[in-house]
Design a protein. Sequence first.
Length: 260
Amino acid sequence: MKTTILPEQLKTWESAGYLKLPGFLTPTETENLREWVEEISEWPASDDQWMHHFEQTPFGVRPARTEYILDYHTGIRQLLTEGKIIENAGQLMGEPAVLYKEKINYKYPGGGGYAPHQDAPAYEFIKNHITCSIAIDTATPENGCLFFVPGLHQQGLLHLDEHGCIDPHFALTLNWEPVSMQPGDALFFSSYAPHKSPPNNTQEPRRTLYLTYNAAAEGDLREEYYADKRRSLAEIGQTSDEKLKISKIGHFDGKPAEQA
Protein backbone atom coordinates (compact mmCIF):
# COMPACT_ATOMS: atom_id res chain seq x y z
CA MET A 1 0.00 0.00 0.00
CA LYS A 2 1.52 3.28 -1.12
CA THR A 3 1.34 6.25 1.24
CA THR A 4 1.95 9.92 0.53
CA ILE A 5 2.80 12.71 2.93
CA LEU A 6 -0.13 15.15 2.98
CA PRO A 7 0.38 18.94 2.92
CA GLU A 8 -0.72 19.35 6.56
CA GLN A 9 1.64 16.55 7.60
CA LEU A 10 4.49 18.23 5.75
CA LYS A 11 3.80 21.41 7.72
CA THR A 12 4.00 19.45 10.97
CA TRP A 13 7.28 17.93 9.82
CA GLU A 14 8.78 21.28 8.94
CA SER A 15 7.72 22.95 12.19
CA ALA A 16 8.36 20.12 14.68
CA GLY A 17 11.21 18.17 13.07
CA TYR A 18 9.37 14.88 13.42
CA LEU A 19 6.19 13.30 12.10
CA LYS A 20 4.23 10.32 13.42
CA LEU A 21 2.22 8.28 10.91
CA PRO A 22 -0.17 5.94 12.76
CA GLY A 23 -0.92 2.61 11.10
CA PHE A 24 1.86 3.08 8.56
CA LEU A 25 2.35 -0.67 8.15
CA THR A 26 -0.62 -2.92 7.48
CA PRO A 27 -1.47 -5.57 10.10
CA THR A 28 0.12 -8.22 7.88
CA GLU A 29 3.28 -6.16 7.39
CA THR A 30 3.46 -5.49 11.12
CA GLU A 31 3.14 -9.17 11.99
CA ASN A 32 5.76 -10.10 9.40
CA LEU A 33 8.14 -7.54 10.86
CA ARG A 34 7.59 -8.85 14.38
CA GLU A 35 8.41 -12.39 13.23
CA TRP A 36 11.51 -11.20 11.37
CA VAL A 37 12.79 -9.32 14.42
CA GLU A 38 12.32 -12.35 16.65
CA GLU A 39 14.19 -14.44 14.08
CA ILE A 40 17.06 -11.93 13.79
CA SER A 41 17.42 -11.63 17.55
CA GLU A 42 18.28 -15.35 17.63
CA TRP A 43 21.03 -15.15 15.04
CA PRO A 44 24.39 -16.32 16.40
CA ALA A 45 27.22 -13.90 17.05
CA SER A 46 29.18 -12.90 13.94
CA ASP A 47 32.46 -11.04 13.50
CA ASP A 48 32.01 -10.03 9.87
CA GLN A 49 28.28 -10.20 9.12
CA TRP A 50 25.48 -8.68 11.23
CA MET A 51 26.39 -6.81 14.40
CA HIS A 52 24.81 -7.81 17.72
CA HIS A 53 25.21 -5.60 20.80
CA PHE A 54 24.23 -6.73 24.30
CA GLU A 55 23.51 -5.11 27.65
CA GLN A 56 23.36 -6.17 31.27
CA THR A 57 19.82 -5.92 32.66
CA PRO A 58 18.41 -6.89 36.07
CA PHE A 59 17.22 -10.06 34.32
CA GLY A 60 20.57 -11.01 32.81
CA VAL A 61 22.41 -10.18 29.58
CA ARG A 62 19.95 -9.38 26.79
CA PRO A 63 20.29 -8.11 23.23
CA ALA A 64 20.37 -4.33 23.06
CA ARG A 65 20.74 -3.82 19.32
CA THR A 66 21.28 -5.64 16.03
CA GLU A 67 22.47 -3.77 12.94
CA TYR A 68 23.87 -4.35 9.46
CA ILE A 69 21.17 -6.89 8.63
CA LEU A 70 20.21 -5.83 5.11
CA ASP A 71 22.25 -8.46 3.26
CA TYR A 72 21.08 -11.36 5.39
CA HIS A 73 17.30 -11.08 5.33
CA THR A 74 15.27 -10.73 2.13
CA GLY A 75 12.09 -9.45 3.77
CA ILE A 76 13.91 -6.75 5.72
CA ARG A 77 15.88 -5.70 2.64
CA GLN A 78 12.73 -5.28 0.56
CA LEU A 79 10.90 -3.40 3.31
CA LEU A 80 13.80 -0.96 3.79
CA THR A 81 14.81 -0.35 0.19
CA GLU A 82 11.57 -0.64 -1.79
CA GLY A 83 8.18 1.00 -1.38
CA LYS A 84 6.66 3.42 1.07
CA ILE A 85 9.35 3.82 3.74
CA ILE A 86 12.12 4.98 1.42
CA GLU A 87 9.62 6.89 -0.75
CA ASN A 88 8.27 8.83 2.24
CA ALA A 89 11.81 9.51 3.48
CA GLY A 90 12.63 10.96 0.09
CA GLN A 91 9.48 13.04 0.07
CA LEU A 92 10.34 14.56 3.45
CA MET A 93 13.93 15.26 2.37
CA GLY A 94 12.75 16.73 -0.91
CA GLU A 95 14.85 14.38 -3.06
CA PRO A 96 15.37 10.64 -3.65
CA ALA A 97 16.75 8.71 -0.68
CA VAL A 98 19.11 5.78 -0.15
CA LEU A 99 19.52 3.66 2.97
CA TYR A 100 22.45 4.72 5.15
CA LYS A 101 22.09 2.42 8.17
CA GLU A 102 19.59 0.08 9.82
CA LYS A 103 19.21 -1.27 13.33
CA ILE A 104 16.82 -2.95 15.72
CA ASN A 105 16.78 -1.57 19.27
CA TYR A 106 15.24 -4.20 21.56
CA LYS A 107 14.97 -2.49 24.95
CA TYR A 108 13.86 -5.60 26.84
CA PRO A 109 12.57 -5.26 30.44
CA GLY A 110 15.20 -3.40 32.43
CA GLY A 111 16.90 -2.26 29.22
CA GLY A 112 18.74 1.05 29.32
CA GLY A 113 17.60 4.33 27.87
CA TYR A 114 19.37 6.90 25.71
CA ALA A 115 20.55 10.31 26.90
CA PRO A 116 19.37 13.50 25.17
CA HIS A 117 21.13 13.70 21.82
CA GLN A 118 20.90 14.44 18.12
CA ASP A 119 21.81 11.81 15.57
CA ALA A 120 23.74 14.12 13.25
CA PRO A 121 27.10 13.96 15.14
CA ALA A 122 27.27 10.21 14.50
CA TYR A 123 26.73 10.60 10.74
CA GLU A 124 29.86 12.42 9.60
CA PHE A 125 29.75 11.13 6.02
CA ILE A 126 26.44 12.74 5.06
CA LYS A 127 24.64 16.08 5.41
CA ASN A 128 21.02 15.49 4.36
CA HIS A 129 19.60 12.59 6.35
CA ILE A 130 16.42 11.44 8.04
CA THR A 131 15.47 8.55 10.32
CA CYS A 132 12.31 6.44 10.31
CA SER A 133 11.41 4.37 13.36
CA ILE A 134 8.84 1.59 13.06
CA ALA A 135 7.22 0.32 16.27
CA ILE A 136 7.25 -3.44 16.70
CA ASP A 137 5.75 -3.28 20.19
CA THR A 138 3.65 -0.63 21.89
CA ALA A 139 5.93 2.20 22.99
CA THR A 140 5.02 4.28 26.05
CA PRO A 141 6.86 6.57 28.48
CA GLU A 142 6.92 3.64 30.92
CA ASN A 143 8.73 1.25 28.57
CA GLY A 144 10.99 3.80 26.92
CA CYS A 145 9.32 5.58 24.01
CA LEU A 146 11.07 8.51 22.34
CA PHE A 147 10.77 12.04 23.69
CA PHE A 148 11.31 15.09 21.44
CA VAL A 149 11.58 18.86 21.71
CA PRO A 150 9.58 20.27 18.79
CA GLY A 151 11.21 22.89 16.60
CA LEU A 152 14.80 22.76 17.78
CA HIS A 153 15.94 20.85 14.68
CA GLN A 154 16.06 24.25 12.98
CA GLN A 155 18.93 25.38 15.21
CA GLY A 156 21.55 22.87 14.10
CA LEU A 157 23.75 21.16 16.69
CA LEU A 158 22.91 22.03 20.29
CA HIS A 159 25.39 22.43 23.17
CA LEU A 160 27.22 19.13 22.68
CA ASP A 161 29.21 17.62 25.55
CA GLU A 162 32.37 15.53 25.38
CA HIS A 163 30.32 12.42 24.54
CA GLY A 164 28.63 13.98 21.50
CA CYS A 165 25.33 14.30 23.38
CA ILE A 166 23.31 17.35 24.39
CA ASP A 167 24.75 18.91 27.53
CA PRO A 168 22.70 17.51 30.47
CA HIS A 169 22.23 20.93 32.09
CA PHE A 170 20.91 22.40 28.85
CA ALA A 171 18.69 19.34 28.30
CA LEU A 172 17.00 19.98 31.65
CA THR A 173 15.79 23.37 30.40
CA LEU A 174 13.93 21.87 27.45
CA ASN A 175 10.28 20.84 27.21
CA TRP A 176 10.32 17.18 26.21
CA GLU A 177 7.21 15.61 24.69
CA PRO A 178 6.68 11.81 24.60
CA VAL A 179 5.67 10.14 21.34
CA SER A 180 3.78 6.96 22.16
CA MET A 181 3.39 4.43 19.35
CA GLN A 182 1.46 1.31 18.49
CA PRO A 183 2.88 -1.63 16.50
CA GLY A 184 3.09 -0.67 12.84
CA ASP A 185 3.22 3.09 13.48
CA ALA A 186 6.03 5.03 11.82
CA LEU A 187 7.88 8.04 13.18
CA PHE A 188 10.09 10.07 10.85
CA PHE A 189 12.50 12.53 12.45
CA SER A 190 15.29 14.85 11.45
CA SER A 191 18.81 13.90 12.47
CA TYR A 192 18.97 17.34 14.10
CA ALA A 193 15.81 16.79 16.17
CA PRO A 194 16.80 16.45 19.86
CA HIS A 195 15.44 13.25 21.37
CA LYS A 196 15.93 10.84 24.23
CA SER A 197 14.31 7.74 25.70
CA PRO A 198 14.03 6.44 29.28
CA PRO A 199 14.77 2.86 30.37
CA ASN A 200 12.16 0.14 30.12
CA ASN A 201 10.55 -0.11 33.55
CA THR A 202 7.89 -2.62 32.49
CA GLN A 203 7.82 -6.37 31.96
CA GLU A 204 7.30 -6.13 28.19
CA PRO A 205 9.86 -5.32 25.46
CA ARG A 206 9.90 -2.09 23.47
CA ARG A 207 11.41 -3.23 20.18
CA THR A 208 11.81 -0.66 17.42
CA LEU A 209 13.27 -0.72 13.92
CA TYR A 210 15.36 2.38 13.14
CA LEU A 211 16.25 3.24 9.54
CA THR A 212 18.39 6.18 8.49
CA TYR A 213 18.32 7.46 4.92
CA ASN A 214 20.47 10.04 3.18
CA ALA A 215 19.97 11.97 -0.02
CA ALA A 216 20.90 9.75 -2.96
CA ALA A 217 22.80 12.70 -4.43
CA GLU A 218 25.37 12.27 -1.64
CA GLY A 219 26.02 8.68 -2.68
CA ASP A 220 25.45 5.19 -1.29
CA LEU A 221 27.66 5.31 1.80
CA ARG A 222 26.23 2.50 3.89
CA GLU A 223 29.22 0.17 3.51
CA GLU A 224 31.63 3.01 4.25
CA TYR A 225 29.68 3.92 7.39
CA TYR A 226 29.69 0.39 8.77
CA ALA A 227 33.36 -0.21 7.95
CA ASP A 228 34.21 2.95 9.87
CA LYS A 229 31.96 1.96 12.78
CA ARG A 230 33.52 -1.49 13.06
CA ARG A 231 36.98 0.12 13.16
CA SER A 232 35.88 2.63 15.81
CA LEU A 233 34.36 -0.01 18.08
CA ALA A 234 37.43 -2.21 17.70
CA GLU A 235 39.71 0.67 18.67
CA ILE A 236 37.63 1.39 21.77
CA GLY A 237 37.94 -2.23 22.83
CA GLN A 238 41.71 -2.28 22.34
CA THR A 239 42.71 1.05 23.82
CA SER A 240 40.23 1.88 26.58
CA ASP A 241 39.11 0.36 29.84
CA GLU A 242 35.77 2.15 29.74
CA LYS A 243 32.60 0.16 29.18
CA LEU A 244 31.87 -1.17 25.72
CA LYS A 245 29.89 1.11 23.45
CA ILE A 246 27.25 0.43 20.83
CA SER A 247 27.40 3.75 18.99
CA LYS A 248 29.85 6.38 17.82
CA ILE A 249 28.41 8.81 20.37
CA GLY A 250 28.08 8.06 24.07
CA HIS A 251 24.32 8.31 24.42
CA PHE A 252 23.51 4.77 25.62
CA ASP A 253 22.65 4.85 29.34
CA GLY A 254 22.51 1.09 29.76
CA LYS A 255 25.34 -1.26 30.66
CA PRO A 256 26.92 -2.75 27.51
CA ALA A 257 27.99 -6.36 27.99
CA GLU A 258 29.57 -9.24 26.17
CA GLN A 259 27.19 -11.90 24.90
CA ALA A 260 26.33 -14.43 27.61
